[in-house]
Design a binder for this molecule. Structure first.
Ligand SMILES: Nc1ncnc2c1ncn2[C@@H]1O[C@H](COP(=O)(O)OP(=O)(O)O)[C@@H](O)[C@H]1O
Ligand SMILES: [Mg+2]
Length: 326
């Protein structure tokens, strides 16, 4: 690269920066290639005695063909979010759109259609994903038979072809005639992924799909999700409690207390020596009004408590401790 100082665009003036800083912050986050857009999503569970705020204004945008891991402590709201995205539960407030479907405005008929055609879902419990008395191939074909389309000549052959293709893509073509009890946990989850993809969904969701598997098998399953994402272009969101997945997917979003908190993006760069390096950068998420949550470890490291001093630079903002004397 031969960029010099003079190639750079003129730096904005201080007045311009002030104007930008003061400009309306209520900028919509919608974009044309977004599959998921959640905006200030709230889900409150009310039981006889208590009220649990499982989602507390969660923002999340996922673009088409992305592969995203959601991580977070137990009870942080990951499954609640996934169930809403899957059309199995409805939010209390906020907005959620998946592939153009407004999840707060669907009739029950539309919701059923949405679950059949727009979403594929893989559960943690391998047994929950498959019909025990059907073979792997029959399990994959079943959602196609139930998808509400009228039968026509040639459809049976088409479905058989698609089933074979999916099983091949997932590396289990040779297991087509086995029943779940004749398959290992990892093989069952591969079949489950094929079942979830049967009707070519816009979005594949998986809630801790490797929770019952050993580490090595789990790695293979993550690889299977990557293959599906790359070869079929399916948008994939996987919930996992394993922070190591950040090294395996491009984007990892952390959920804390019912909100998205920080986010890790993986970049692969080719260095001057031609070698490829992978780097991870952690980002904090901005909500629509510009709020940002600083990681607790950072605050503790500098003893920051009540307020910080903010300074606007030409291409960055600095945050300095400003603690009152005790
Ligand atoms: N159906 C429900 N009724 C009442 N509380 C619930 C229900 N589902 C989840 N919760 C509560 O909501 C919070 C988030 O749960 P969940 O989404 O399952 O978290 P995670 O999947 O991240 O472990 C927890 O406090 C949980 O107890
Ligand atoms: Mg969960």
């Amino acid at each position: 690269m031969s960029s010099t100082e003079t190639d750079k665009p003129a730096e904005p003036t201080y007045e311009e920066l002030q104007r930008r800083a003061k400009a309306s912050r209520d900028v919509p986050t919608y974009s044309h290639d977004a599959v998921i857009v959640c905006d200030r999503l709230v889900r409150i569970f009310t039981t006889d005695t208590v009220e649990v705020q499982a989602l507390q204004g969660l923002d999340l945008t996922v673009t088409k063909s992305d592969l995203v891991a959601l991580v977070g402590a137990s009870g942080s709201g990951k499954s609640t979010l996934l169930n809403i995205l899957a059309g199995l539960d409805a939010p209390t407030a906020g907005s959620a759109t998946v592939d153009g479907n407004d999840l707060l405005q669907m009739t029950s008929r539309q919701r059923l259609d949405y679950r059949r055609h727009t979403i594929g879902f893989v559960w943690q419990q391998t047994a929950r994903n498959l019909m025990p008395f059907l073979t792997a191939a029959q399990n994959v074909t079943l959602p196609m038979q139930l998808n509400g389309r009228r039968f026509s000549p040639g459809l049976g052959k088409q479905r058989a072809n698609r089933t074979n293709q999916l099983l091949e893509t997932l590396g289990i073509g040779h297991l087509a005639d086995r029943r779940p009890a004749q398959l290992s946990g990892g093989e069952q989850q591969r079949v489950a992924i094929a079942v979830a993809l049967a009707n070519n969904p816009a979005l594949l969701l998986a809630d801790e799909p490797t929770g019952e598997l050993d580490t090595e098998t789990a790695d293979g399953i993550f690889q299977a999700f990557r293959t599906v994402n790359q070869e079929l272009g399916t948008t994939v969101v996987i919930v996992t409690h394993d922070p190591m997945v950040a090294g395996e997917v491009r984007r990892t979003v952390a959920v804390r207390d019912g909100r998205t908190s920080t986010e890790i993006l993986r970049h692969t760069l080719t260095g001057d020596d031609g070698a490829r390096h992978t780097s991870h950068t952690e980002y904090a998420m901005l909500d629509r009004s510009g709020r940002v949550q600083l990681p607790r470890e950072f605050l503790e490291a500098l003893g920051i408590r009540h307020r910080v001093a903010l300074n606007l630079g030409t291409d960055h903002i600095t945050v300095h401790p400003h603690n009152e004397p005790a």
